[in-house]
Design a protein around this ligand. Sequence first.
Ligand code: CA2
Length: 150
Amino acid sequence: MARILVIHGPNLNLLGQREPEIYGTATLEDINRQLAETAEQHSVELDFFQSNHEGAIIDRIHAAVGSAEGILINPGAFTHYSIAIRDAISAVPVPAVEVHLSNIHAREEFRRHSVLAAVAVGQISGFGTYSYVLGLLALIDHLKRQVRLK
Ligand code: CA2
C-alpha cells in the first residue's frame, strides 16, 4: 500500500489551544484523524510527523526517500524563509504538496510569499483543516497520474 508522509511544522502542536479566530478549534490530533479517514477511503497509509525544528524536518524529508511516495506538508512559519527546507524538498524525488490552514495571501505581507511553493506540486491555503484533506486528495491524484499509485 502506498505511503504518504504528513509533516506539520513549528507551533502546529498548539492548534486548538490558542488563536482559534485564525487557526480554528481543531487540534492536530483532529486533523490527523480526518486525514486518516480520507487516506483509508483511498487505500493509502499515512505517517505523521510534527517538529518545531528546521533540521528535524529536513532529516524527515530526506528519510522519505524509499519510505514514502509523497509528502503533505504544512511548513508553518518556515514557509516564508526556509531555503534549507526548500532545498530538501527539491533534493528528494518525492513530490510534496504545501498546505495552510489560513489564507496566507490575505494576511500580513511577510506571510504572502512562500519560498517552498515553487518546488511543491502545488499549494492549498485558506480552507482550515479542509486544506489538509484537499491537499491529500490532490497529492493522491498527482501520484496516480505519475503512476506511482495504482
Ligand atoms: O496557515 C497556516 O497553516 C500557517 O502555515 C500557520 C503558521 C503560520 O506561521 C503560517 O504563516 C501559516 C503558524 C502555525 C502556528 O500555529 C499556532 C497554533 C495555535 C496557536 C498559535 C499558533
